[in-house]
Each structure stands twice: as C-alpha cells, then as structure tokens.
Design a protein around this ligand. Structure first.
Ligand SMILES: NC(=O)c1ccc[n+]([C@@H]2O[C@H](COP(=O)([O-])OP(=O)(O)OC[C@H]3O[C@@H](n4cnc5c(N)ncnc54)[C@H](OP(=O)(O)O)[C@@H]3O)[C@@H](O)[C@H]2O)c1
Length: 264
C-alpha cells in the first residue's frame, strides 16, 4: 500500500523505536497521528514530525476505544506500543499481569478490530503489528512477554488470512535486540552470547517495506538470531536445554529484568 498521503496511526510513538518509525513514515509522506501516555514527550514527537496527537493509556479500555474513535479514518495502523513484561511470573501482581496483557495484546487486537472495519469498508488499509523475535522463541524470565508476542504472532497471521480480499493487509514485524534506543538498549545490558543487534532505523525500514509490499512476516534480526529462533520455535525442549547449559546468560538476563522492573 502507498504510504504517501495515507493517514497513519502510530502507537508507542514516545518510545525508542517509535521515534524512528515516526521519522521513516513522515519521510514517506504519511499523515501521522501519534499516540502514547507521556504528554510532553508525545507533543515533542508531534512537533518534530508535524503529527496529530492522541494521549491514551492502552491499559485503560475506555482509552483504547476513544483512540480508535478519534482515529477512525486511519488507513495504516502501526501497533508498536508495548511493555517489556520481563521477569518471573511469580514476581508479578495480578494488576501487573493485566497491564502487560492489555497493553501488549488486548490493545493491538481491539485497535485492529475497530479500525479494520472502516478500512475494509473503504477497501483500503494496512495493519502492522510490531511483535518480537520473542514471539517465536521462549526464553527464561520472559513468560509474560513471550505470551503476548506469541499471541500477537498468531493473531497477525490469522487476521491476515481473514482480511484477504478486503483490501486490508496485515503484517507482523519482529525485531531482535535493538541498540541505541528502546526497551532493551536502556537497560545497558549486553546481548546474550554476543548476538548482534539491529538499529531502530532498520526496524522502521522493515515496517515501511511491510506496508508497501504487503509482507506477511518481517524478521528484523541478524542471521544467527533468525536461525536460532526458527530452531527454538520448532524444537522448544532442545532450545531449553541449550539455554540451560549456556554460560554467561544469567548476568545479562538479571540486568535486563532489574532495569525494566519499574515499567511493570
Ligand atoms: N527494543 C527492543 O530491543 C525490541 C526488540 C523486539 C521488539 N520490540 C518491540 O518494539 C516495540 C517498541 O519497543 P521500544 O523498544 O521502542 O519500547 P520503549 O522505548 O519502551 O517504548 C514503549 C512505548 O510503548 C508505550 N506504552 C507503554 N505502555 C503504554 C500504555 N499503558 N499506554 C500507551 N502506551 C504505552 C510507551 O509510551 P509512554 O512512554 O508515553 O507511556 C512508549 O511509547 C514494542 O512492541 C516492543 O515489544 C522492541
């Protein structure tokens, strides 16, 4: 689908990857509406990119419905907002579990439901769901994040089939570890086993390609991570054994979990 002139709703616009997405989309001529929770950061992003703003807390059901109402004419939804949801399940309160599921899974599902109807009626639209390589491979201290990103993957791939023929495309974009900005980079941790990272700009390029070419699944990750996640997805018990034996995994995982704890 052509991005130039299209109305694009971008969630998570105040985050590390959101900023790169806003730049890439406006550079292609999108008419952008940006959404997030932090008002000052959102206004700053909107000023930079000439975008409209909609403040919304995606853990709040009324806010999700209002966001869809205020952006009812959206041609392209880029559902990018998420919480890191890292750490052990037994460390989570019920409220924190609800928030992770609501922001990472319920909100993109509901926004797709509400916006796709109008897109289909116009015979034109595209939905990009920003998942993660964690939607393909389970890792320790990540059960909630894995749950939401595995869920998002299944949702995206099935919705794409359901909307085939309506003029509305659905793409899943799955980044690996992202450097320079975003929820992983802010932790200051090294990647496990020196897996290479990608930039926010590469993720944004993946999203642009997905919309333009109606791609099903775009994995923005180095070859080693794409191979490891493909094997882990197919053989989870094998992946579990490899991770249990891998030396040097504990320290970075602990650093990531502790740095992301305040975001629960
Ligand atoms: N960074 C990585 O290494 C990496 C790797 C794989 C996949 N991803 C995925 O890429 C996407 C963007 O991640 P990022 O690294 O840019 O994360 P980030 O820097 O932590 O930004 C997260 C964004 O989500 C928004 N958000 C969080 N909770 C929200 C809520 N309750 N209501 C509304 N908005 C909320 C934040 O908005 P406010 O701050 O304004 O609340 C922020 O804009 C996510 O889907 C993530 O899972 C990231």
């Amino acid at each position: 689908m052509e991005i130039r002139g299209s109305r694009v709703l971008l969630t998570g616009a105040t985050g590390g990857i959101g900023e790169a997405l806003a730049s890439a989309l406006t550079a292609r001529g999108a008419r952008l509406a940006v959404s997030g929770r932090r008002e000052e950061a959102l206004r700053a992003t909107a000023r930079t990119h000439g975008a409209d703003t909609v403040l919304a807390d995606l853990a709040d059901r009324a806010d999700v419905a209002r966001l869809a109402r205020e952006c009812a004419d959206t041609d392209v939804l880029v559902a990018n907002a998420a919480l890191p949801a890292s750490g052990e399940l037994l460390d989570y309160t019920e409220d924190q579990i609800d928030r992770a599921l609501d922001v990472n899974l319920r909100a993109p599902v509901l926004l797709s439901r509400l916006l796709a109807e109008r897109m289909a009626a116009r015979g034109r639209g595209h939905i990009v769901l920003v998942g993660s390589i964690s939607g393909k491979a389970a890792t320790r201290s990540s059960s909630l994040y894995n749950a939401t990103k595995f869920g998002l993957r299944g949702f995206a791939l099935a919705l794409r089939q359901d909307l085939a023929g309506t003029g509305v495309g659905v793409s899943l974009v799955q980044p690996g570890f992202v450097r320079d900005a975003g929820m992983f980079a802010r932790t200051g941790a090294a990647t496990p086993n020196r897996i290479r990272t990608v930039t926010p700009e590469q993720v944004a390029e993946g999203v642009v390609r997905a919309v333009r070419r109606d791609l099903c699944e775009v994995n923005v990750a180095p070859l080693e991570l794409r191979l490891l996640s493909a094997v882990a997805g197919q053989f989870p018990r094998f992946a579990e054994r490899v991770q249990a034996r891998a030396a040097g995994l504990d320290a970075p995982v602990r650093q990531i979990v502790e740095a992301q704890r305040p975001l629960r």
